[in-house]
Ligand binder design. Structure first.
Ligand code: C5P
Length: 229
């Protein structure tokens, strides 16, 4: 099959890590976090190019134009992740048709495995779109404002959603626009697609595809990087 473009939202400020730098530029094993993620995506044989979505006024982007033989383009993102993804979709080269599948992958997930990306693409194409995730293994509690557990939620049929997520360019753009018009901030692409009646395929992926969010996650990601190739 023809290789796919991948939109990489990287316009967040990453305030949960602490410090002045947005988290995507904090060092992981001596290099900015985002470069690890981009390297891994660009090395995948089924990925054609990367559309990195940066924050307005980002002066830290190292102006990567090409990774291996893959083009790396940039767009300017918005206030929420979903605004950034839509901006990235809009900026894709015109050769990427409305019916073409595109991937979306968080800049903050550097440990994604090549084999999981391959499985998502192979299975997701047949299903019309899907996402990597994993069934929930912990017991889930509903917390009250008092910091106490008030209820235990059922765990059956509950999944954690990861990225990459994969949908057709036109379908995903329309679904994101519809959510925005309705004033709904979707937290991932699959949520936008669910709102318009599509049921994305859940493809089980390795749980070490962590989203680097806190300072402790940097140490964990550094441990995982060489072990998740
Ligand atoms: O904040 P969170 O970790 O959920 O962000 C997930 C990804 O979305 C990160 O790679 C972040 O840079 C990106 N993002 C974005 N535009 C925003 C907010 C987050 O591209 N407005």
């Amino acid at each position: 099959m023809a290789p796919l473009w991948c939109v990489v939202p990287a316009a967040g400020r990453g305030t949960r890590v602490g410090g002045d730098l947005p988290k995507q530029y904090l060092p992981l094993a001596g290099r900015p976090l985002i470069l690890h993620t981009l390297d891994r995506l660009a090395a995948h044989p089924l990925i054609a190019g990367l559309m990195v979505v940066l924050g307005a006024g980002d002066e830290l982007w190292p102006s990567v134009g090409l990774l291996g033989s893959k083009p790396v383009l940039t767009a300017i993102g918005g206030a929420e992740r979903c605004d950034s993804v839509l901006a990235g979709l809009n900026a894709l080269p015109s050769g990427v048709g409305e019916d073409a599948f595109v991937l979306v992958h968080d800049a903050a997930r550097p440990c994604v495995r090549e084999a999981d990306i391959t499985r998502l693409i192979e299975r997701g194409v047949l299903a019309g779109g899907g996402l990597l995730g994993a069934p929930l293994r912990d017991t889930l509690k509903r917390a009250g404002a008092d910091g106490r557990s008030h209820e235990t939620e059922p765990r059956d049929h509950r999944w954690r959603a990861f990225t990459p997520q994969m949908f057709r360019r036109g379908d995903l753009s329309q679904a994101l626009r519809a959510a925005s018009a309705a004033g709904v901030t979707v937290s991932d692409e699959a949520m936008a697609m669910e709102r318009v009646g599509f049921s994305p395929l859940l493809v089980e992926g390795a749980e070490d595809n962590i989203k680097v969010t806190t300072a402790a996650d940097f140490a964990l990601a550094e441990f995982l990087l060489p072990r998740t190739k």
